[in-house]
Design a binder for this molecule. Sequence first.
Ligand SMILES: [Fe+2]
Ligand SMILES: [Fe+2]
Length: 462
Amino acid sequence: MTESPHSGLLGSAPTRRTLLKAGLVGGAGVAAGPTLWTRAARSAAPAAGVHLSYGADPTSGMNVSWSTAGSVQAPRLDLGLTPDYGLRLDADSVSSLRVDSVYHHVDLSDLRPGTRYYYRLSHDGGSSTRGSFTTAPEAGESFRFAAFGDMGVADDAARNVNLIRQQRAEFAFVVGDIAYADEGGMGTSRESQQHFGVWDEFLTQIQSSAAAIPWMTTVGNHEMENGNGELGYNGYRARFRHPGNGAAGGQETYSFVRGNVAFIALDGNDATYEYKRNAGYLGAAGDAWLEMQLAIFRSRSDIDFILVGFHQCAYCTNVAHASDGGVRDRWEPLFDRYQVDVVINGHNHCYERTHLMRAGKPVREAPRGSTVDTNDGTIYITAGGGGASAYPDVLPKMSYYTNAQGLKIPELTDYRAVGDATHSVAFFDAHPRDAQGRATLDLEVVASDGSKVDTLTIGRTR
Ligand SMILES: [Fe+2]
Ligand SMILES: [Fe+2]
């Protein structure tokens, strides 16, 4: 394995959070910080793989990321309330293992809520790439978001990207197995099973959506790249930026609040009993962080729903991977105690949804098309139909969970409410409380051909 020739210069460049005073936008130009990349320009090509992610506060923070085919001079972002821009910000640039591409990031903060910003990405000697995004408004408005995992690079994956645009999602929550750069998926792949160039194909595939709305990603087992950092996450970290407010010891956990919904991203590789390469690296400290987040969010009067996303399934009947006893043992008691409303997983390449669950048992039925109240129980969704090759959907009377010894322990499938094998994306419409104090989260799962897979009205009353 050889390192990219750029890694010595840029591989350890720290993330620099650029304080952007929104009041200055549209006024005099401001250049922040030193230019980090000063080698002679190698590429006149424009920015590629442009993608966004929220900062810790979606009303004021946005990360803008892109790549160039090689090293470039003075990569930068111009920003403004109009396409006249007005603010110029230098990018943080990092390289990654066995690819020539260089990844550029600008972390914007202190933006105005609910405001459209125009950006232009450029470097010396290259043509520019333009785009725009809108920051999250202050609470009180309805909004739509997409959730799914296991996308990869494929025709159905590209169709799902179009679907996310057509459905007017305001952001995407991606629960791992992103580009499948590590084909083996156990974190032990040989070089012949590693295709790090597919990251760029993936970022090109999603740009039509991700350059306009944030894609909030979490890691799956296929992000554990053997030989690429202690956890194997260096390839992922080179390409994605996150809120940076998660458990100490990793960058893969984070939380953010959009309107009346709190989102928590966890690293399922830390808890799984299936492929244990990274199991326990956050451990009790990670769980303490999770409990603190849950306690804070459940006590906040402005938050109705708590949605937790991670890769491996707590409840899924699909016999490919079925359920993971590790994520149950570590996190399910916390989800019960703090009444988490919805858990989103992937890993099994299908769609599934449970009835309302408490203490490992279905406590209330939630058939397709019904209205339920998540004060009564948590709904577990497998949204693994993002585009990677689908697993056949066969509803067995018995499925299994993987236990701490890695054994497949048979169990009943009475928790399953809905299942579907086609590629699909789960969309949620979050609505603020009505006059009776009841907030709703409307689930609509749409297949990549546009057909409806599942609907559910999820309510919570304070
Ligand atoms: Fe997957
Ligand atoms: Fe997976």
